[in-house]
Ligand binder design. Structure first.
Ligand code: BG6
Length: 530
């Protein structure tokens, strides 16, 4: 994340509806417009490019963060030319003037990821674009974005290095007139061994400061806000520990199914797709200690301490701490939807989990004994990405006959998906002559306060940071490996278990399998969503 050099907040908020005065848009853009550069997107005809990358680049373009000589060269197997690609982009973005201009920055080269000749063509294509590009400063600053399945990553890196499009950089990338960066989409590897192998491999060709392992959750304003909330206010941090907190829940629930990604998802499952990256990043952010400075390495060091402190699940006890599920047909938003095994391109006997829940402990002074319950799933009855912190009950009730445990404990919730915001739930006097209480919420809603929703796609911030050479919101090598280290034994246990006779075990439109409720209810707690 790029922190503006000028203090951004120039007026203080006195009422909840006063919008904050931040740097003017022009001031912010001037401070943050990256040098002219080009992006080569591998997998340019895929879902990620169309759903996230191109629209995010367009948002940056409209917001004037991209220099006029910016260009994108799409590379994929599908045969098409520059014009077809541009037409698709206009169809995607609409025919407004900006979109027509933006589409002119796009070029396309089709090729085979395994063929050396395709990379020779790529070299020639880049030279041609640079020649045609009036402001040819962009020619020496290139981002290679690998929006491809993980099994192609080593092949692409190998060929790019063969044709010398990538090479390890020796100096300070920010100060150079020439730089090369590579963005790696998740999942980074498919288990600990493959992630280590991949890290080792890419380090032969690139330095860590050229490597951007993306986790789009870190680009969400509402996720970055966890850090601001915790470390730029003084009243919450003293409570942020085992003395005051009963437990923490993290839910990432989607109504969506596998959409157009059946092939990928059937090989991946919820644990690899969501837990190893997004869920563990949220866990680290909510549980970490304060770094001394908001600097890429110090900040990432603190997050890593959390993952290092995760209590390993004893061998043979995975079923006590981890639950998996798969959806059967059901109803979502009043529409009938098919079960996972009946989705197009999914094996009818698939054992892939579309839901997973986990109970974790962090063995350190701050969190000893505080359970963290995490769950994620597809085709759930309600879309919600939320972190809920449940504080402890009051020690003693003065409101006879109500006992302490009959009063609701305070709840602090971070809404990350829809309706981004924060709410604090507490007991209040219900109006009227009787001594009667109600549980009420104090709400902060992004769109009400700031008059705008956070960046819609989250990739905008990450793409911009990558262009600016800021790695704070990208996963460092050790974070990726440590999270795989935790997840891999679970995956292995599942792989070595006989096929599940109870799959599918939840209905589309429900809140996941019954076992997920048991996981939390046997501790006397229940799942909460605000
Ligand atoms: C992606 C996963 O990383 O995150 C998808 O691969 C998931 O399966 C998506 O749907 C969720 O992201 P968001 O931003 O919609 O919560």
């Amino acid at each position: 994340m790029t922190i503006p050099t000028t203090t951004p907040i120039t007026t203080s908020v006195t009422t909840p509806t006063t919008p904050l005065k931040i740097l003017t848009h022009e001031e912010f853009c001037t401070a943050n417009t990256p040098d002219p550069c080009g992006i080569v997107i591998f997998g340019a005809s895929g879902d990620l490019a169309y759903r996230r990358l191109i629209p995010s680049l367009y948002n940056l373009y409209k917001d004037k963060f991209l220099n006029s000589s910016f260009f994108v060269l799409g590379f994929a197997r599908t045969a098409k030319n520059d014009n077809n690609f541009r037409e698709e982009i206009i169809n995607l973005l609409g025919e407004e003037k900006d979109a027509l201009e933006f589409a002119k920055c796009f070029y396309y080269e089709s090729g085979d990821y395994n063929s050396a000749a395709s990379y020779e063509c790529l070299v020639n294509r880049l030279q041609e674009i640079k020649k045609n590009n009036n402001n040819n400063m962009a020619k020496d600053k290139i981002i290679f974005y690998l929006a491809t399945p993980p099994n192609l990553v080593e092949t692409i890196i190998f060929h790019l290095s063969q044709v010398k499009l990538i090479y390890p950089d020796e100096g300070d990338l920010d100060k150079q007139s020439k730089w090369i960066k590579v963005v790696f989409e998740k999942p980074f590897g498919s288990d600990l061994e493959s992630a280590r192998k991949l890290n080792k491999y890419i380090h032969k060709h690139l330095r860590e400061n050229q490597i951007y392992r993306i986790d789009h959750y870190l680009g969400k304003d509402s996720v970055q806000n966890i850090l601001m909330f915790r470390f730029s206010n003084s009243i919450f941090e003293p409570l942020w520990n085992r003395q005051y907190i009963d437990h923490i829940q993290i839910s990432a629930l989607e109504t969506l199914g596998v959409e157009h990604r059946a092939g990928y998802y059937d090989q991946t499952g919820a644990l690899r797709d969501m837990f190893q990256n997004h869920m563990f990043q949220l866990l680290a952010l909510i549980a970490m200690g304060p770094p001394a400075r908001f600097d890429a390495n110090q900040y990432r060091d603190e997050k890593i301490k959390v993952i290092k402190a995760l209590r390993p699940i004893p061998k043979g006890k995975f079923h006590e701490f981890v639950v998996r599920g798969q959806y059967a047909n059901g109803v979502i938003n009043e529409q009938a939807v098919v079960g996972f095994r009946d989705e197009k391109n999914i094996s009818p006997t698939s054992n892939t989990e579309t839901f997973s829940a986990m109970k974790l402990f962090i063995d350190n002074w701050r969190w000893e004994g505080v359970p963290f319950y995490l769950r994620t799933g597809k085709r759930i009855g309600r879309a919600a990405t939320e972190i809920v912190i449940q504080f402890k009950n009051i020690p003693h009730s003065i409101f006879y006959p109500l006992k302490a445990d009959q009063l609701c404990p305070n709840l602090l919730s971070f809404q990350i998906g829809e309706n981004e915001g924060i709410s604090l739930g507490f007991e209040a006097k219900h109006p009227g002559p009787k001594l009667c209480m109600a549980f009420v919420n104090l709400n902060f809603c992004y769109s009400n306060i700031f008059g705008t929703r956070p960046l819609p796609l989250a990739y905008e911030r990450l793409l911009l940071d990558c262009m600016l050479g800021e790695q704070i919101l990208f996963s460092r090598e050790d974070m990726v490996e440590l999270s795989w280290e935790y997840i891999t034994p679970i995956l292995k246990d599942w792989e070595n278990s006989p096929p599940l006779s109870n799959f599918p075990n939840y209905l589309a439109g429900s809140f996941g399998p019954e076992e997920a409720n048991t996981l939390i209810e046997r501790d006397g707690r229940k799942w909460i969503l605000s």
